[in-house]
Write a protein that binds this ligand. Structure first.
Ligand SMILES: [Zn+2]
Length: 271
């Protein structure tokens, strides 16, 4: 599933290509991908309008115009920019025409979603969840991070997966930042020392920045808007490496289930 870095890479490209261009037509090929309003209202409201900005909150992409179009890629969703001669991908559900270019949303497993409205109204109709601070929000200072997590009696993994506390992290980068911080993902957040939680936050920022610089991780089928793979998957130190040697101490990395998710860690480097 795309996490914050993959979504950030997509947003930066979309911002270059899609802002301040008139939306000339909208085709909704599968109505149930549109969570709010109806597919026909979604299309007719967008047609003729323009986006003035494109931003991201956690894993949600926000196209800002008279109303906000919200996109979540789910497990297998892609937003693709198509040149005039390019065919649409299989499982394409929505095509937004920007003159001769097209922005297409495809999603084989259909956990992704699109919605249109004011952000408050989308929260009210549950098309957009109540999200915590974005993991890269400068206002998520060390003090704020500590106050959010010091009294959480759930595991590091479960606490950081909760998008209502901090938005943007998922399985890959939580395993990676926990390794970098030297903390086991199964530890209870409130049982850690304050310094451990501070290291989790520093590691979170490092891991996310590095992954964005490497254009994200193409683990399953993540691709950017031009259908190119990221490079971060080659640099992951624990995720997907259960049974292999730790890059730091050479012991065998373990894999177990934490918070319902496959979790890989080093029992020597992480306490
Ligand atoms: Zn190790």
């Amino acid at each position: 599933m795309p996490e914050l870095p993959e979504v950030e890479v997509i947003v930066r490209e979309l911002r270059e290509m899609c802002c301040h261009r008139r939306i000339t037509a909208v085709e909704v090929l599968r109505d149930d991908v549109i969570r709010h309003p109806s597919a026909s209202t979604f299309a007719s409201t967008l047609e003729g309008s323009t986006w003035t900005g494109i931003s991201r909150h956690g894993k949600f992409i926000l196209f800002e115009g008279a109303e906000t179009m919200v996109v979540h890629l789910g497990m297998t969703g892609h937003l693709r920019l198509l040149r005039p001669s390019s065919p649409v991908a299989p499982h394409t559900h929505v095509v937004i025409h920007l003159g001769a270019d097209r922005l297409a949303f495809d999603d084989a497993r259909r956990f992704g979603r699109m919605a249109l409205g004011s952000q408050d109204s989308l929260v009210a109709v549950r098309a957009l969840p109540q999200l915590g601070a974005d993991a890269l929000d400068p206002e998520l200072t060390a003090e704020v991070f500590e106050s959010l997590f010091r009294n959480r009696h759930r595991s590091v993994k479960a606490s950081l997966l909760d998008q209502g506390i901090v938005a943007g992290l998922g399985n890959i980068y939580i395993d990676e930042l926990s390794f970098r911080a030297g903390v086991r993902p199964s530890r209870t957040m409130s049982s850690l020392r304050k310094a451990d939680r501070a290291r989790l936050r520093s590691a979170m920022l490092e891991v996310l920045d590095e992954a964005i610089a490497n254009r994200g991780s193409s683990i399953d089928d993540y691709r950017d808007v031009w259908n190119a793979k990221g490079k971060q998957q080659e640099r992951l130190r624990v995720y997907g490496r259960g049974g292999q040697h730790c890059t730091v101490c050479q012991s065998i990395l373990r894999k177990r289930t934490v918070a319902g998710r496959g979790t890989t860690y080093c029992s020597v480097c992480q306490k």
